[in-house]
Design a protein around this ligand. Structure first.
Ligand SMILES: [Zn+2]
Length: 624
């Protein structure tokens, strides 16, 4: 045994011990699949072996699988939801005229049998013994003959037959840009069982939660199709199509009609792929020797845009590595496909016919999900703000980094979207299950924008450097796990020393808002008396900037009592005075400036705008 290996094992063992001592555990799902795709009728057949490890202390008497393609059938929950929600996703409806009125009609409603999606399970066995299964919508329920004991392993085998639906949402055939196969949520996938129990959520609209494990997948398809997806291609010099080593010239055996692509994806929680006959396939070296693959249509109008983002994605990956932590795989693929941009393990499926700026934004966002979802795998259906919001946060940081002119507040549009949501009166708490929002828009703003503001506003609370350290530590401690909201909060507390439980509860578990104001500025001899007031429910510390008539500036900082914390001066070139703390329950706060009122030009609360105050008018006071 090599010494380095021994050290690795000791470290791995120690990490396991640490995880166990804190009570954390997670299941493990290791898949082997063979699948054959019929590109003419979009039907596929395959077999699956799943080695499932129960690391919990529960005895499992049932297991659940997701059969996502079944959502794309008339009468499904997804179909019903499109028909009942007030603002259905534009991609999932046809606009039709009924008399004078324009009506949105579910695109799933009228799918014909050869256009729907389905996934049928046959021959289900546990350790070689046949079991009955029950399909309920998009979920397969299996009652086990032999329960899975705590800390034990079992092997499930099954055969499956599927049909790739007309592209409605995320996956499907012949997307609007002509990509033949966008293969996401395509295989029988065991549902996650974690400390909260089973997460056998029906596929209605929103995103996912998966079991960590590995995938060994062999895909047989007509030899003129080019594939991109999760996992490393094991037989690249037999397959070619741009995957072969540079010195290799691939010669296919005579009469080759199909190729079998063999992928292995280690330590992931999903497996997606796409295929088309007309992909250009570029490979660019990224940071740490990671191969960045770009697969896009050989369409003259888009080639230039894709070539433009290739070197930029090297920069963005480098930025994410430095901002969060090193991308842990050796490959990432940007694949034209799907219906917008969607993150998968080691790849994204994204539309590719848009403007250069548009695909840059999408590619930057989706790559960011490699950290916030595909390494830090929070439950997207319960805490979508943790993947969408945090990804949007690093996306805006990255875009600002590579932009020619830098914004003072790169998160401004997220704040504005959040303010509009509050104003609409349609906000629901971020603890809402992702499918349970009344409308799509409040879900999006709550997850993407308010989730982004969670971290941007944390900069206001504990300082930019502490947030930067928090992200790195969060990554280091929770990579390849399922972090929960408390984990990011505790990490920020450990890094900064501030008490932040109130922030997690007020910001993410309620629709409470922030409103502080300057109530009064009064002459007091040769001094000035200032009264601030808290109008909104959410507590906040106060950063105040005073601009004097002579052009000088001064800062005042009022710590929030319940944080037991004093933030460092965010820009030390301006003198800052730390005042006594402000306790939340006391609605007003008085302090004195040692200069006369006539010398003051302006007083501003939070000059950069990182505190999400919903009423900005009372945040500044100009002395007339
Ligand atoms: Zn996203």
């Amino acid at each position: 045994m090599k010494k380095s290996l021994l050290i690795l094992l000791i470290v791995a063992g120690f990490e396991t011990l640490l995880a166990q001592s804190s009570g954390y555990w997670q299941q493990q799902a290791d898949y082997k699949m063979n699948v054959t795709m019929d590109v003419k009728n979009f039907q596929y057949k395959g077999d699956q072996e799943l080695v499932y490890t129960n690391n919990s202390s529960d005895t499992l008497k049932r297991v659940f699988y997701h059969l996502y393609p079944n959502a794309f059938q008339p009468g499904s929950e997804m179909d019903a939801r499109i028909q009942s929600i007030k603002d259905p996703d534009a991609r999932m409806v046809n606009k039709i005229k009924v008399g004078e009125k324009e009506v949105k009609e579910s695109r799933i409603k009228n799918l014909k049998p050869d256009e729907i999606g389905y996934l049928s399970i046959l021959n289900f066995k546990q350790n070689g013994v046949s079991l009955a299964t029950k399909t309920v919508g998009t979920i397969l329920e299996v009652t086990l003959k032999k329960p899975i004991l705590p800390h034990s392993q079992t092997t499930f085998t099954l055969d499956f037959e599927g049909q790739v639906p007309i592209q409605i949402r995320r996956s499907g055939r012949n997307n609007k840009e002509g990509i033949a196969l966008s293969m996401a949520q395509w295989y029988p996938k065991i549902a996650e069982f974690d400390f909260e129990g089973w997460h056998a959520d029906p596929y209605i609209a929103r995103e996912f939660h998966g079991v960590w494990g590995s995938f060994d997948v062999k895909i047989t398809i007509d030899s003129d199709y080019v594939l991109g997806g999760s996992g490393y291609l094991q037989n690249k010099n037999e397959i070619g199509h741009g995957y072969q080593d540079s010195e290799i010239k691939v010669v296919y055996p005579k009469n080759t009609k199909t190729l079998t692509w063999h992928f292995i994806a280690p330590m992931v929680h999903d497996f997606a792929w796409a295929a088309d006959k007309n992909y250009i396939h570029d490979v660019v070296k990224g940071p740490n020797n990671v191969d960045l693959h770009f697969l896009y249509k050989n369409n003259p109008s888009v080639i230039e845009n894709w070539k433009k983002i290739e070197p930029l994605m090297v920069e963005v990956m480098d930025f994410y590595n430095k901002t969060v932590g090193d991308y842990p795989y050796k490959q990432y693929s940007f694949i034209q496909g799907g219906d917008g941009g969607m993150e998968y393990a080691m790849c994204t499926l994204m539309l590719g016919n848009g403007t250069a700026e548009g695909i840059l934004g999408t590619a930057t966002h989706e790559l960011g999900h490699s950290w916030f979802q595909h390494v830090l795998a929070s439950n997207e259906s319960k805490h979508p703000w943790m993947d969408e919001g945090f990804t949007s946060y690093i996306e805006d940081l990255a875009l600002n980094e590579i932009a020619n002119s830098k914004a003072i507040n790169p998160f401004e549009s997220a704040y504005n979207a959040y303010y509009k949501l509050v104003e609409s009166g349609k906000e629901q708490s971020q603890t809402t299950q992702a499918d349970r929002y009344d409308e799509n828009k409040p879900y999006s703003v709550s997850s993407y924008s308010k989730g982004e503001v969670f971290l941007a506003q944390l900069e206001y609370l504990i300082g930019k450097e502490n947030v930067a350290k928090t992200l790195k530590r969060y990554f280091h401690e929770f990579k390849f796990k399922h972090p929960t909201p408390n984990d990011i909060k505790r990490t920020a507390e450990r890094v900064s020393g501030a008490n932040l439980d109130w922030y997690l509860s007020d910001w993410t578990q309620t629709t409470n808002t922030i409103d502080y104001g300057i109530k009064e500025v009064a002459e007091n001899g040769d001094k000035t008396a200032i009264t601030l007031e808290r109008i909104g429910r959410i507590p906040m510390p106060m950063d105040l900037l005073v601009e004097y008539a002579d052009g000088t500036k001064e800062r005042f900082y009022i710590p929030l009592r319940m944080m037991s914390f004093e933030k460092e001066n965010p820009n030390p070139e301006i003198k800052r005075t730390t005042l006594t703390d402000w306790a939340w329950a006391i609605p007003t706060y008085n302090f004195t400036i040692s200069k006369s009122k006539s010398t003051i030009k302006k007083i501003i609360i939070d000059p950069i705008g990182l505190m999400a105050d919903v009423k900005k008018e009372n945040n500044s006071y100009e002395v007339k």
